[in-house]
Design a protein around this ligand. Sequence first.
Ligand SMILES: [Zn+2]
Length: 267
Amino acid sequence: MAWLYDMTWQDVELYLKTKDTIILPVGSTEQHGLHLPLGTDSYVAIQLAEEAGRRTDTIVASPLWYGWTPHHMGYTGTASLKAETLTQVVVDLCESFIYHGFKKIIVVNGHREANLPPLKIAASKVRNSTGAYVAIVDPFYIGDTVAREIRTSEPGGIGHADELETSHMLYLKPELVDMSKSVKNIPPQGHFHHSDPFVSADRLIVPSSVESNRVAGGPSGVTADPTVASVEKGKVYHQSVMENFVQAINHIAGIPVEIKKIPEVNA
Ligand SMILES: [Zn+2]
């Protein structure tokens, strides 16, 4: 299926006669160390959405290249929406889609853990106010099993600009990755603190500030071990995430959804 921005309004009207799902990729524009581009999270969301759309004949909405990333503002070029702004933008877009007859919206989040709170709030607001089905596909969650299987870095090796996203980018956009500039920088783990989401630990949740993240990321901005990344891991990771994503879309297609309230036009 096509990108929404490549279709005519009439193409969309025709699509809605037989289908009711749209995929919305949401990324971020933020530092990813010295070896990955600022658009990493957006490229990941866009690529996953595009391939899933093609494999399941689902429309992919114009992507959001910005997310919620205040903690990376200590590194030049990062641009963050406020959490409330991201929530509101996603709510407004979902309402626009529902207004036209879409009943199911799948948000693909390329920015993993950090975008999730505002995206979950948006999904909850839209579900409760309209009755539409809104799901979030996040590689950290839908690719949990494969991530644990393929990682070879030590505990702390998964974090920011890490082994997995570097491998993924080596597979998706190798021309934008400079492995000669990748550095291992695993921040010290403290009492009730472990930065690696795949390590079991009892944790206290302390969101990073711009200052604390600058200290943890040091001169590179990496808080992980990307040096063990490889294109092979990226391929396995991507294919496994994609299989689950396609399965999820097929599963969602069978869920009956009743819109209880068509949203007003956002003005
Ligand atoms: Zn990232």
